[in-house]
Design a protein around this ligand. Sequence first.
Ligand code: CTP
Ligand code: CA
Length: 226
Amino acid sequence: ALLSPGAQPLAGKHALVTAGPTHEPIDPVRYIANRSSGKQGYAIAAALAVLGARVTLVSGPVGLPDPRGVTVVRVESAREMLAACEAALPADIAVMAAAVADWRVAREATQKLKKTPGAAAPTLEMALNPDILATLSHHASRPGLVVGFAAETEAVVEHATAKRLRKGCDWIVANDVSGDVMGGDRNTIHLVTAAGVEDWPELPKAAVAERLAARIAGAVAPPPPG
Ligand code: CTP
Ligand code: CA
């Protein structure tokens, strides 16, 4: 169903969105990160706000302006992102678009690591980060609709379908990243739900966001019958 312009079907709903990369500190001046631009998550936060939702955007370090009408909570590490998400609950909708670092450095150095002449390069021991999507999916205050992302380079729908079940979320927005899309402005999406798979055409990230927001509105705020 098409929404009429200016309709606010998500009025009164709280949506929690994550976006961007996380930075995992090595020492006070170094970190491990990934190539997420944050563009898709920011566009989704903006699109949900346009439909009337109160939106909390928990964002890793990105160079993007705050979307209009959205409350932005800025974090660096995965553990800070999880804490900010839990602090933002309760929410009706959660959309986890962040590219969370799977691992962090096990012991962050409190002083800058120094080169010692003749000494070997340091070896970094890694520790598994908390899974924010899985944690929210099994939370005592679980949002009514939990949406995860999956960036895949092969067997996109198979991997995304397995991920949906493993994480316990309701939908997976599977993003085909086999081309050169990291940091780009377009995405090819397969929406994986309990009912099956919807294949979307290649779209600009803003159009993906609008389509997902409308789909979310249809699921959590169905139009009254008649
Ligand atoms: N995610 C998360 N917390 C993590 C890792 C991932 O919340 N520590 C979320 C992402 O925001 C995304 C979804 O889980 O919504 C899938 O992330 P992805 O990296 O594709 O899945 P992983 O389970 O980490 O599997 P892998 O990277 O091995 O494919
Ligand atoms: Ca991962």
